[in-house]
Design a protein around this ligand. Structure first.
Ligand code: 5AD
Ligand code: SF4
Length: 469
């Protein structure tokens, strides 16, 4: 048993990161005829981790089921970024418990992901949820098969709270054969004061560029149309390694693999260089879309958040991107109600949003995370004020999303068609280079292709279109 420890998770030493080349083989007959149910909460990093978890379970012979009642193993890959992520997990855990008690006493229930790295959560699982068999952390995914095989229907907790290593030769069972995630970096060293990620995912560790290029080249050879480079702070890529490429240089090298579409998330404004902007502008297969979290428009709050830029610096960067990369879409994340955020602070956020007119934004009410510095600040702002602010912000954001979408009306734009749309009528869906969702008619035979689409209608959150001749 290994329990999480927030003090250990906070530590950053100069201990060298180990690059471990896995060479694991399992017998696919081990759990033949057994089924797994996997549910993923949270960000793209978790979605991609789940692709690894699926491959690991299938290496033992398990097959996937979408029905909880058919499962022999349930894996819940959790998120810790805000409290509501906790609520969602505990809600679903109730269903798993019921299933185990009523129908399947041998059901193995496993919890992993960011919540598994939290001391408070694991204590609660130990005290109140003894029917959970396995808790494993973000640093323990490579041990999954052994943990499952060793489980004797007692509770086993295996969570390392460490800075972390980099594992290579990972097999993924990718959700799509059209677009793929590729990790370029793990962890985060920014320690924004509200954020739990540097504790749950360890220190920033870049993968070697040679491995990244090898993985993308393999995907190109398999016919993938799009790759998204993944990291908590992709702009800081390579800074933790001697003689490694910068993020701009990496983008350039990956672009030269000729992957038709190249994207990346997430960018921190502090590390965004002119070289990156110029590289994105230069290569046609690097998509004109940047997710650039603002978090707050008030320099005072940004300072308390530990974001390392001012309102003016953000706006300068924003304008530089917009003038250098024609028709670049920019989206953002904003937190309202950081402890003691005043009306003036909030109005500055509104002012920045009015200036930037983001294509869209994810907006959140600040949620205190145990163990982070911001969680210790005594807050004087009421929840109803925070909710009012969120509502006001969302109305503004949505109006800009609608006008950004309306600019596409009657235009013909390239769309990568991904699959059948939930709108029915044989419609398919896909995304523009600027990451706008489009529901398209007359393109059922074009799944997996980039086609020209004429935009016929624009709403706040999607476009409609028809295949253009
Ligand atoms: N409370 C609310 N939102 C948060 N985010 C990160 N931590 C918190 C928190 N404690 C938001 C940030 C980040 C996005 C992924 O989640 O805006 O960019
Ligand atoms: Fe969290 Fe800040 Fe790191 Fe993003 S950059 S993961 S907000 S600490």
């Amino acid at each position: 048993m290994k329990l999480p420890n927030i003090k250990e998770a906070r530590k950053r030493t100069d201990k060298e990161v180990q690059y471990i080349y896995l060479n694991q083989e399992y017998n696919q007959n081990t759990l033949k005829d057994k089924k797994y149910f996997l549910r993923t909460y949270g960000c793209q990093m978790n979605v991609h981790d789940s692709e690894e978890i699926s491959a690991r379970l299938e290496s033992l012979g398990l097959t996937k089921t979408e029905k909880l009642e058919n499962a022999d193993v349930v894996v819940l890959n959790t998120c810790a970024i805000r409290e509501n992520a906790h609520d969602k997990l505990y809600g679903f855990l109730g269903r798993c418990k019921h299933e185990k008690e009523k129908n399947n006493p041998n059901l193995i229930i496993a919890i992993c992901g960011c919540m598994a790295q939290e001391e408070g959560v694991v204590n609660e699982l130990m005290k109140k949820h003894p029917y959970v068999n396995l808790v494993f952390g973000t640093h323990n995914i490579h041990e999954l098969q052994d943990l499952i095989l060793a489980n004797n229907h007692q509770q086993d907790i295996e969570v390392y709270s460490c800075e972390g290593n980099v594992y290579e030769n990972i097999t993924y069972k990718r959700d799509s054969n059209i677009k793929a995630w590729v990790n370029i970096q793990y962890g985060c060293d920014k320690f924004c004061t509200y954020c739990i990620v540097p504790y749950t995912r360890g220190k920033q560790r870049s993968r070697k560029s040679s491995e990244i290029i090898k993985e993308v080249t393999d995907l190109v050879n398999k016919g993938y149309q799009e790759v998204t480079l993944l990291g908590q702070n992709v702009n800081a890529y390579g800074k933790d390694l001697p003689n490694e490429l910068s993020f701009a240089e990496l983008l350039e090298q990956v672009s030269k693999t000729k992957i038709p579409r190249l994207r990346f998330v997430t960018s921190h404004p502090w590390d965004f260089t002119d070289e990156m902007i110029n590289t994105i502008a230069k290569y046609d297969n690097i998509m004109p879309y940047i997710h650039l979290p603002l978090q707050s428009g008030s320099t005072n709050i940004l300072k308390k958040m530990g974001r390392r830029y001012t309102k003016e610096e953000y706006l300068t960067l924003y304008n530089k991107i917009k003038t250098t990369i024609p028709n670049c879409a920019i989206t953002t994340d904003i937190i309202v109600g950081f402890p003691n955020e005043s009306d003036d602070d909030f109005n500055e956020t509104i002012e920045v949003v009015k200036k930037c007119q983001f294509d869209s934004a994810f907006t959140f009410i600040y949620s205190p995370r145990e163990g982070t510095p911001a969680a210790k600040i005594k807050d004087t702002i009421s929840m109803s004020t925070k909710e009012e602010r969120l509502h006001k912000l969302n109305e503004l954001i949505n109006s800009y999303s609608l006008s950004a979408n309306q600019k596409y009306l009657n235009k013909v734009v390239p769309v990568l068609i991904e699959g059948l749309s939930d709108k029915g009528n044989n419609k398919v869906f896909g995304y523009t280079d600027t990451m706008k969702l489009v529901n398209v008619t007359n393109a059922q035979n074009d799944i997996g292709k980039i086609i020209n689409v004429k935009i016929t209608d624009a709403k706040s959150f999607s476009l409609d279109g028809e295949k253009a001749e």
